[in-house]
Design a protein around this ligand. Sequence first.
Ligand SMILES: Cc1cc2nc3c(=O)[nH]c(=O)nc-3n(C[C@H](O)[C@H](O)[C@H](O)COP(=O)(O)O)c2cc1C
Length: 333
Amino acid sequence: MSTPLDTLARPITLGKLDLSSRFVMAPMTRKRSPGGVPTAENAAYYRRRAEHGVGLIITEGALIGHPSASHEDDVPRLTPGPAEDGWRLVTSEVHAAGGRIAAQIWHLGSERMPAETAWTPDNININGFDQLLQAYAQSARVAAGAGFDAVEIHAAHGYLLDEFLWPHTNHRSDRFGGGPKERATFPAEVIRTVRDNIPEDMPLIVRFSQFKERDYAARIADTPTELGDILGKFAEAGADVLHASQRRFWEPAFAGDPANLAGWAKRLTGLPTITVGSVGLDQTRLADLAKHDADLVALGRVLITNPDWVTLATTGRDQEIRPYRKADEDIYH
Ligand SMILES: Cc1cc2nc3c(=O)[nH]c(=O)nc-3n(C[C@H](O)[C@H](O)[C@H](O)COP(=O)(O)O)c2cc1C
C-alpha cells in the first residue's frame, strides 16, 4: 500500500526544474552568516539536507540590499560581492549532492525593527517604492547569478509585503490600499519585478500566510473570494508556485470546508502549491497529508533536529527520529 510519504518521495518537475522528491526544506533563519555573508558552514548545513532526500531547499530569509530591510548583521544578504560569492558556494554544494535550492528574498518591514526607522506600508513614499523595487530586482539578479534554481518571495508572517496585504497595517488610500486586490498591488509589483530579473524558466515561488508572528489569529482574507483576489494578482504578476504557510497543515483555512490554505490556493489559481506546518512533529498526523491537495510538502523544525528526517521517515526508521526541542535551534549541524 502506498503511503503519503511514498508519494512525496517521488520526483516531480516544476516548470523545467526537476526535483528528486516533493519534500521541501522550509525557510528558517539561523543567524549564522557574519556580516551577512554565507559561509562554508552554511553550505555544509544545506548540503546535508540535500544528501538526505530533500528535493528542494528554500534558504533562510535573505535580505534585499536596502538599509530598511533589517538591522541584523548575521542574517545573510542577497547582494552583489562577498554575499553573492558565499551563496555560490552554497548552491554548488547543494547541487553536488543532487539537490535544488531556492533563495528566499526578505524585507522585514516593521517587524522586529525600531519604530522610528521602520519602513511600513503607511510611511513609504513614491521614491521609497522605487528604491525597494530596485533592491528586489538586484536581489533577483544576484540569486540567478549565484546559481539558485528558483526564488521565493517572502510575503508572509507580518513582514513588509504581508503588511501591505493586512488591513491592520495598511491604511493607504492610494492604489496600494483598500480592498484585497488593492492591498496586493505592491506585492504584485515586487513579483513582476523579480520575474523580470530572473531567467524566464526559473520558478518563482510566493510564500504567504494568514497568521502574523505578532498575531496568530490575523487574516489577510476573511473569505475564499478575498483570498482569490489576492492570489489572482500574484499569479497574474508571474508567480509559478504558491507556498501557503500555516502553523498546522491539517487546519481548515475557512469554516465549512476541510481544505487547508494550500488546498484553497490550488483550487483558486490552479497553480502548484507547497503546504507546511508541523509536518512530522506529530507522527500520527502524517497520514492526514493525503487529505490535502498540495504538490510539495515543506518541513521546518524536524529538519533542524534531524538533517536526515526524510531518509529516516521514508525507510521505516522512525524510531531513530529525534523529537524536535526548542533548544535544538542553538545547534547547527
Ligand atoms: C528557527 C526558525 C526560523 C524561521 N525562519 C523563517 C524565515 O526566515 N522565513 C520564513 O518564511 N519562515 C521562517 N520560519 C517558519 C518556517 O519556515 C515554517 O513555516 C515553520 O517552522 C512551520 O513549519 P514546521 O512546523 O515544520 O517547523 C522559521 C521557523 C523557525 C522554527
